[in-house]
Design a protein around this ligand. Structure first.
Ligand SMILES: Cc1ncc(COP(=O)(O)O)c(C=O)c1O
Length: 383
């Protein structure tokens, strides 16, 4: 890893092949040289050229690229971000284990921790992680196996102090860095154990790859890999190929999106029809200084509340002409979603109210269109 992310994005995962585009290996199975060779593959750690659920050369190249960008010893890919999250939890937790997680996070992550985890008698404590010391204070020595943070958080752009998280010893610490992207922040450098991405978002960057990834120390990633082979949420080589292509342009895309997102956030913050804007690089963001310390750029996602409640939010979404109503983020097209009725619909209403996912909140994934066009579309609709 160099200190030039622009170059790293282009060279990450490069192997000694002369092909500039990575090869797609669709094979799910490789022939072996007899029983002993098969047994060696079946029992080896991260065996390659054996069976697609264990590894795949294209997926392996994607894993090496992400490890490189994160400054990690190793990485392992999954069929989605949720596949990555479920695999970490089920690698390290069992009946009677305890997890500490922030209360303001992606609705799917919350629902997994609050639903299947509790059903398996894995106890979960949700904390308001903006309160200093909240994560460490909820750790139960000997019982807490994982501390899970998401920064910036979806959809409120809360920022978690990575140094504070990295200082927690005992349980493994995990950061969902999807909104940050590997070029926007490096949680492992702050002492965090594992970094996770839904690479479906900014890393893939074109809305055509469903893939998740975890990076960290080799021993930890090997342990997760051993479980993941049984869990079966393996990444597809086609998605890995698309995500590898996405990495090459990740820096230019996120630089452009971050700059457009900041100018949109500044304009929205001045608009009389908007009551609050959440974007970490906005000077008024309550954790702006922390964001500047640990993030290289603000990212493609912002959220804001329109005055007039759900009917104003609905009118806005219905009248947009350039931006598309859709739930994902990090792609070329500007997307707008209403978290309370989509990404966060499974969370209890009282929790949504407490963390600030109101009926008036809209999330914007700022795309690659000219920033004036994005701005005009939203502002015209708000007026
Ligand atoms: C922050 C965050 N983490 C994880 C996920 C889950 O990723 P995937 O949809 O790839 O399973 C999402 C999905 O929106 C997300 O926003």
């Amino acid at each position: 890893m160099t200190d030039r992310p622009e170059t790293d994005a282009v060279t990450a995962g490069r192997d000694d092949s002369r092909s500039l585009s990575p090869a797609v290996w669709p094979s799910t199975v490789w022939s072996s040289n007899g029983l002993d060779a098969t047994k060696a593959s079946a029992t080896a750690l991260r065996s390659d050229e054996f069976y697609g659920r264990y590894s795949n050369p294209t997926v392996g190249q994607f894993e090496r690229a992400v490890a490189h960008l994160e400054g990690a010893e190793s990485a392992v890919a999954f069929g989605s971000g949720m596949g990555a999250l479920a695999s970490v939890v089920l690698t390290f937790c069992g009946t009677g284990s305890h997890i500490v997680a922030q209360d303001s996070l992606y609705g799917g992550t919350y629902s997994f921790l609050d639903g299947p985890c509790r059903r398996f008698s894995i106890d979960v404590t949700f904390v308001d992680a903006k309160t200093p010391g909240a994560f460490a204070g909820a750790v139960i020595p000997g019982k807490t196996m994982l501390v899970i943070a998401e920064t910036p958080s979806n959809p409120l752009l809360d920022i978690i102090d990575l140094d504070e998280l990295g200082a927690i010893k005992g349980p493994f610490t995990l950061v969902d860095s999807t909104l940050g992207t590997p070029l926007g922040q490096r949680p492992l450098q702050h002492g965090v154990d594992l970094v996770m991405h839904s690479a479906t978002k900014g890393i893939g960057g074109h809305n055509d790859a469903m893939i998740g990834v975890l990076a960290g120390e080799k021993d930890l990633i090997d342990a997760i890999w051993q479980y993941s082979v049984l869990h079966g949420a393996s990444a597809s080589p086609y998605d890995a190929h698309n995500a590898l292509r996405g990495i090459k342009t990740l820096d230019v895309r996120t630089a452009r999106q971050s700059s457009s997102a900041l100018s949109l956030a500044e304009s929205l913050a001045k608009h009389p029809a908007v009551s609050v804007v959440h974007y970490p690089m906005l000077a008024s963001h309550p954790q702006h200084e922390l964001a500047r310390r640990q993030m290289r750029q603000g990212g493609s996602v912002l959220s804001f509340e329109v005055r007039g409640g759900v009917s104003a939010a609905r009118t806005l979404v219905d009248t947009l002409s350039l931006a598309r109503p859709a739930t994902s983020f990090g792609g070329p097209e500007t997307l707008v979603c209403h978290p309370a009725t989509s990404t966060h619909v499974g969370m209890p209403p009282e929790l949504l109210a407490r963390i600030g996912v109101t009926d008036s909140l809209l999330r914007v994934s700022v795309g690659l269109e000219h920033h004036d066009d994005i701005l005009n579309d939203l502002i015209k609709t708000l007026s």
